[in-house]
Design a protein around this ligand. Sequence first.
Ligand SMILES: CC(C)(COP(=O)(O)OP(=O)(O)OC[C@H]1O[C@@H](n2cnc3c(N)ncnc32)[C@H](O)[C@@H]1OP(=O)(O)O)[C@@H](O)C(=O)NCCC(=O)NCCS
Length: 198
Amino acid sequence: MTTPLRLVRRDDRSPLAVVAERKATRTPLIAGTDEALIPLGAADVTDAYVVGMRDAEVTRFMYGVRKTPQTRETVSAYVRLNHDDPASLLFGIYTAGTLRGTIRLHAIEPGEGSCHLGICIFDRSCWGGGLAGRCLAAATRFAIEDAGIARIIAGVDVENAVSHRLFAGAGFRTDPSWRYALDGRPTDLWVFDARRAS
Ligand SMILES: CC(C)(COP(=O)(O)OP(=O)(O)OC[C@H]1O[C@@H](n2cnc3c(N)ncnc32)[C@H](O)[C@@H]1OP(=O)(O)O)[C@@H](O)C(=O)NCCC(=O)NCCS
């Protein structure tokens, strides 16, 4: 027997409409005092962002980035690609008005489905102070409460212990018996996910 009651959001716009509006208005998400997430455009790319994408310690677990030598052109092309893709939302992580990293929602489904999330703080002087935790909490809240996304998925390398703590601290769960597969082969990425309470 099916129940006639169903959970609906007050604002029942598609996640893609919410994302398009956020990109158009560039309204910041507040992560902490003087910390904000702002949708990025190619004009926002800084020298520090390019330098960070060339830093082997920053990119240790970022396999896509490591495949190509990073230049201002490749970084700007990545930002533009996400800006132009209606199913992606690339936020810049700003502290005191300076770009320190990015957090990306991507493969966003049009209905009450899922999206994927990735985070990188390329400015290593900002590591270890809880910035990523606050930004992840703000982005997760936005995805679930504002955009109506039901499940957020993140692939985290089995050896990336800091990220394990980061995602676990933000309420994500993992089942180590599952792995991401690439081209049909299992990778070393654990699947973490956060789900909207039903
Ligand atoms: C992963 C990353 C975003 C973490 O950023 P951060 O601002 O240092 O993270 P936080 O300070 O919010 O710390 C997150 C958790 O990791 C823990 N942590 C931070 N540095 C740590 C370290 N060196 N060793 C062990 N744990 C550490 C924190 O204590 C915190 O856990 P807690 O809430 O249980 O205390 C950052 O290191 C980064 O950008 N790395 C490169 C890109 C990357 O690997 N991205 C993740 C791909 S899934």
